[in-house]
Write a protein that binds this ligand. Sequence first.
Ligand SMILES: [Zn+2]
Length: 302
Amino acid sequence: MVKQRVVIIGLFVVPLLVAALWARLFLGVGAPEGWRSDGHVLRIVLPDGTRAIDLPRIEGPADASRPLVVIDAGHGGHDPGASGAGTLREKQLTLALALALRDALLADGRVRVALTRERDRFLALEERSGIARRLHADLFISIHADSASAADAGGATVYTLSDRGSDALSDALARRENRADSVNGVALAGRSDAVSSILVDLSRREMRSRSIRLAELILREGGAGGEGGGALHFHRDPRREAAFVVLKSLDLPSVLVEAGYVSNAGDVRSMTDKAWRARFATTLAHAIEIFLAEPDTGLPAG
Ligand SMILES: [Zn+2]
């Protein structure tokens, strides 16, 4: 019996294996395009920062050597962001705040400004950072408003990018903000990971420290010791890091500012008040101008 089995293997199975191996090696049979033994390769084309959306207009001095600030009003269109009392939506506040910041920067006349959106429209997160990249911006600032179940949570928070959030609260916020980036149920968020890993180099670290510097300046200028005399009311833990997709894959200094809480009545009074928004904007503009006037950023003196 054993001998018969050996003969069968020798006569039929071994030649078959050899033939199959030969076919695989020399004819490419069994290895169709896009398939590898280590798993499937699935390519899905999704809108990203390279999609040919129209670039926004650049406002301010005609001098192209002036630094360019891209202001990103969070959410928009079918993505309302956080909800406040009544019909108040985060996307309305972020746009009003972004427009106020643009006006403040243009009034000072020292930098050029572009907005990722000037009206209520949807943009994927990577389209927002893509605009900044394509315009070769010098600075990217994304404006949002937070919400929390705790009614006493209030004040502004300034975020810079981290690979991981600095705490569970930051993680939860980043998840909420990043959720805007799913299209037809397909998450775009993970796509930037490959880009991110490429960008883990010296220049990335440099941009990270520059971003942290900008965050510190915003806290300084908005705080009691700043020129605005405490124009901004900050959260008790105002300087944080989180894994915001909109800040990923950016090779320029970038921060995300949560101006306040839509769940906090006092913050809503502030953010819906035009005079407060102007103070918020002046403070941020001042921090941005100081930042851009520091060495290596090329803002002309005066
Ligand atoms: Zn938001």
